[in-house]
Design a protein around this ligand. Structure first.
Ligand code: RI2
Length: 325
């Protein structure tokens, strides 16, 4: 578990960087140097740790400037609710009528608490998901979910002989990261272009994917291409599970708030100058309906899509969640 005193060391160990400003963290999240829903949650919280540690402004401005900083971080990647929930966790930790030093301490301690919670919940999700994987299974995964990679390596380390199909996940090719990570752990991997998923789905026993946001009605927002893989899985009668720590559940979606799908720069897809007159679309995520999701593996166990609302009500019922709207 991390302590307040070793947060900087922890972050250096995870990302190889010494972050001296919250803006540096925001830039690295936006550029996807820091990526993955769990990581961007932890690091957006850590950005508030840097803000609070360095704050030298007027005491009466602390809350406003903290909220402004959180809002800037919120807009770096709008789809993964892990980022928003991390910021909400910290913002809800302060009592604005207490002295600024007390509020600063609340921010610092809540960041450490969130960091530890995000770490331990990913451990549990990976462990529970590895139990879904049978010896001899072929598993399809998409993009690069740390929770999924850890579950697969865990199953392999338990002696299960598995093979993984990994779709490379254009345009940023996070599925290639997955392929290298699993091959490096000695797991047989077959990597393919995204559009090959259906052709090989007949060989697959189970699909495991990560999650960026799970909505109140159990809809899954994940890397672009996930919905098509879910349709292919249903076509073949194969279950799809998503691995999602509960800070990837969206309290805002209870009010029917639509989850924004991040549209990234067209230049990630192709050289724009080579396609005069062509609109190049680059949505980073899509949304998979709950009926295509067999279960959501959380740190508290497997949740069915229809029960997500209960988890959100229990977890977020007493939190203020309207800071950014
Ligand atoms: P973990 C990633 O998004 C993928 O969509 C992945 O499924 C999800 O975050 C969850 O990742 P991006 O950051 O939290 O690559 O399981 O855009 O690592």
């Amino acid at each position: 578990m991390y302590r307040e005193t070793d947060m900087k060391t922890a972050v250096r160990g995870l990302y190889g960087e010494d972050y001296i400003s919250w803006e540096q963290v925001a830039n690295d999240i936006e550029s996807m140097y820091i990526r993955g829903a769990n990581d961007i949650g932890r690091m957006s919280a850590y950005a508030l740790h840097i803000f609070a540690s360095n704050y030298e402004g007027k005491p009466e401005n602390f809350v406003h400037e903290l909220e402004q900083t959180a809002s800037s971080l919120f807009h770096t990647r709008p789809t993964a609710v892990s980022l928003e929930n991390a910021l909400l966790f910290v913002l809800n930790s302060i009592d604005p009528v207490t002295p600024v030093e007390k509020m600063r301490e609340s921010v610092l301690s809540s960041v450490v608490e969130f960091f530890n919670y995000a770490t331990s919940s990913q451990d549990m999700v990976a462990r529970l998901a590895s139990e879904l994987i049978e010896d001899g299974a072929i598993i399809h995964t998409h993009c690069n979910s740390t929770a999924v990679v850890r579950a697969l390596i865990g199953a392999s380390n338990e002696g299960k002989n598995i093979t993984v199909h990994s779709t490379e996940s254009r345009p940023r090719y996070q599925g290639r990261i997955t392929a290298r990570q699993l091959a490096g752990a000695g797991i047989p991997v077959k990597m393919m272009v995204d559009s090959a998923a259906r052709l090989y789905m007949d060989e697959v026993d189970v699909v495991l994917v990560g999650a960026d946001t799970i909505t109140y009605r159990g809809e899954l927002y994940n890397k672009i291409g996930t919905h098509q893989i879910a349709l292919a899985a249903r076509d073949c009668g194969i279950p799809l599970y998503t691995l999602a720590e509960t800070f990837k559940f969206s309290p805002r979606s209870k009010a029917g708030e639509h989850t924004l799908i991040e549209l990234r720069d067209s230049g990630e897809v192709a050289k724009v100058e080579d396609f005069a007159g062509v609109e190049i679309l680059n949505p980073s995520f899509d949304h998979t309906p709950p009926e295509l999701v067999r279960g959501i593996v959380t740190e508290g166990g497997i949740v069915s899509p229809e029960n997500v609302s209960k988890v959100i009500d229990e977890k977020y019922g007493n939190m203020r969640t309207d800071y950014f709207y």
